[in-house]
Design a protein around this ligand. Structure first.
Ligand code: CO
Length: 308
């Protein structure tokens, strides 16, 4: 990896480290989730980065892809298990991290399992493990702690303007003998569940991503498409962002998005959830794999890399 590129990843990681601390500070019981999402994304912009995807604030059985609608009223409660997944990019080079918030202590062990699985996976990276071995390590830790790994959510490669690039890095032993390549960036993200360890797509989606640029007639669709291509490229975006930036009516926006989905120009990411009434925790960090070292992109307050 060229020096200028790794420098962009590292800068994205430093901004993300600060954004993570900021998010921890404001996501307290009674906090308004819509306001928090907007503030975290604003914080990233103020620091000179851009959100690589809408801040995911996924509650309880929802594992991922939940982000508030414009002015949606959801308040964080003490008992909620909230996954906070944040991404920052610099010219398309992405740092990606996640953590879980809970104030009741009831789910401390669940959250600890996700954190332990992540730091254990990081600890074996210097040995150049196979992808199957990374997943196996994550699975083992989670099972030992009495929970289930989510088998259909995975870590991933990171490429310029591509948040989920190959390969998938599973949270279970999948027997893959492939190894991570030097000079590339990756994210590892264990999900731990009290449910059956399997996510399904919910009915609701308010995160989208460009699939293929094609001509489209509808005037609202055209306006949205132009904005997406110019501002987000192939990175995910929220309906909430369009509402803030395009000043279209709710009706125009819904019609425009529906048509774009129908033509397969954009695709939706529905909320992913485990069994009703279950709880899911997540921990994530990203890193650059160099020939002789692993460079974690999110570092803790003391400057010490997470997972080492
Ligand atoms: Co990720």
């Amino acid at each position: 990896m060229e020096k200028e590129i790794s420098a962009k990843y590292v800068t994205a990681g430093l901004i993300l480290s600060e954004a993570k601390n900021f998010a921890k500070k404001i996501l307290v019981p009674g906090a308004d989730i819509f306001e928090c999402a907007e503030k975290i994304e604003e914080f990233i912009l103020k620091k000179g980065g851009k959100p690589a995807f809408p801040v995911n604030l996924s509650f309880n059985e929802n594992a991922a892809h939940q982000t508030p609608d414009w002015n949606e009223k959801i308040v964080l409660r003490k008992d909620d298990v909230l996954k906070v997944d944040i991404g920052v990019h610099i010219e398309g080079y992405i740092a990606d991290c996640a953590f879980t918030v809970n104030y009741s202590e009831k789910y401390g062990k669940l959250i600890e399992a996700a954190e332990q699985a992540l730091s254990n996976a990081f600890s074996i990276l210097p040995n150049n493990p196979t992808i199957g071995e990374i997943g196996g390590r994550i699975e083992k830790i989670i099972l030992e702690m009495g929970f289930k790994p989510v088998d259909n959510l995975t870590g991933h490669g990171l490429e310029q303007y591509l948040q989920h690039a190959p390969p998938s890095i599973p949270n279970i032993e999948n027997r893959s003998k492939a190894r991570l390549e030097n000079g590339r960036a990756y994210a590892i993200e264990p999900f731990v569940s009290t449910g059956d360890g399997h996510v399904r797509e919910g009915a609701k989606a308010n995160i989208f991503c460009l699939q293929e640029i094609k001509a489209i007639r509808n005037v609202h669709s055209r306006k949205i498409l132009g904005h997406v291509v110019e501002n987000y490229k192939t990175l995910p975006f929220a309906e909430r962002w369009l509402q803030r930036e395009l000043k279209m009516s709710n009706f125009e926006l819904k019609v425009g998005l529906k048509q774009l989905m129908h033509e397969k120009i954009i695709k939706a990411y529905p909320i992913l959830h485990d069994l009703h009434g279950s709880y899911v925790a997540q921990a994530e960090n990203s890193f650059i794999k160099m020939e002789k070292q692993i460079i974690p992109l999110v570092v803790e307050n003391d400057g010490k890399a997470k997972g080492t």
